[in-house]
Design a protein around this ligand. Structure first.
Ligand SMILES: Nc1ncnc2c1ncn2[C@@H]1O[C@H](COP(=O)(O)OP(=O)(O)OP(=O)(O)O)[C@@H](O)[C@H]1O
Length: 301
């Protein structure tokens, strides 16, 4: 079953078209939604939650129509908003128990479930202190905990690594991966940092100015390319000249060279040219396409 699917989804605000005929589907697992700031990610999430009506086209979440089944969708879906939205004067426990009760859990079950999710996201003793004194990383964990407390089938995470330092970001990404893999909850996670999504997603959707650039399994994004990266300690230009003389396609790439692989003898030619010129070979590596490259290509940047 599709976790979400949209067809010709369009959202126009008075001065801007935030989503422009977006047609996309994704299945279970962790899906990344990538786009620059203003690409339409948050608008899409609000439409998927049934909180914002589309101008044209349609969307379904877990098979439910967003325009008519918003309340049912919100029962089955958890949402972690992008912006700071937590009350400073209550503790994480109080907030998460309260939200669990609002989603219909009886008092005892709400307490137990809140304790479970707060433990899963890594908030220990601090959970009894007022949220106002928390670090950004702790606040992000509270937002994640409240998205999980009613045992959703799918969670929508809007820029969950925003404002985190590298360690906090790694921890948050590991948590997202665990939620997808161990708890079997599907995840839609947005980010403008493409490298992050490569690490945790099964599927990636790239949008730009409200339009779909690409939607593929992560393996297709990062498949190997037809070039190798070559790095020598000195004499990069001499090596490039020699390989060009021999008829190979060579392009500079910072301190390295990208050499087009035309056949099995290309690697031998690089090895022989390096040895003939007396250079020290530091790296010879099969190129991999990164999401960033796809984004640049598609956007014509
Ligand atoms: N309520 C609104 N009224 C008018 N314009 C809006 C509204 N919400 C979003 N927009 C505009 O729609 C476009 C898409 O915004 P959106 O917040 O969906 O982008 P985003 O990809 O989530 O970016 P960011 O990460 O910066 O939030 C932007 O140009 C934004 O200014």
């Amino acid at each position: 079953m599709h976790i979400l699917d949209t067809e010709g989804l369009t959202k126009r605000f008075p001065t801007v078209t935030a989503l422009d005929g977006l047609t996309v589907t994704t299945g279970p697992g962790v899906t990344g939604l990538v786009g620059a700031n203003g690409a339409g990610k948050s608008t899409l999430i609000k439409i998927l939650l049934g909180l914002l009506p589309p101008t044209a086209g349609g969307a379904r979440v877990l098979g439910l129509d967003v325009t008519t089944r918003g309340a049912d969708i919100r029962r089955l879906v958890g949402y972690m908003p992008e912006h700071e939205c937590l009350p400073p004067d209550v503790s994480a426990t109080e907030l998460v128990v309260h939200l669990a009760r609002m989603s219909g859990l009886p008092r005892t079950a709400a307490r137990e479930r809140a304790a479970d999710v707060l433990r899963h996201v890594g908030l220990a003793e601090e959970r009894y202190r007022p949220i106002g004194g928390y670090s950004t990383g702790m606040k992000q964990r509270v937002k994640l905990a409240q998205a999980l407390v009613h045992d959703p089938k799918l969670i929508l995470l809007d820029e969950p690594t925003n404002g985190l330092d590298p360690r906090g970001r790694d921890e948050m990404l590991a948590l997202i991966r665990r939620i997808g893999a161990e708890f079997g909850i599907s995840v839609l996670v947005t980010s403008h940092l493409l490298g992050e999504l490569e690490r945790v997603c099964d599927h990636v959707i790239v949008i730009d100015a409200g339009r779909l650039l690409r939607s593929s399994a992560i393996g297709e994004f990062t498949q190997t390319t037809r070039s190798v990266t070559v790095e020598v300690d000195e004499g990069t230009q001499a090596l490039a000249d020699r390989l060009v003389e021999l008829g190979h396609g060579v392009a500079p790439h910072g301190r390295m060279l990208l050499v087009e692989v035309s056949g099995p003898d290309t690697l031998d030619a690089i090895r022989d040219a390096t040895a003939d010129l007396g250079l020290c070979l530091i790296r010879l590596e099969r190129g991999r396409q990164r999401i960033e490259d796809v984004f640049r290509e598609a956007a014509g940047v």
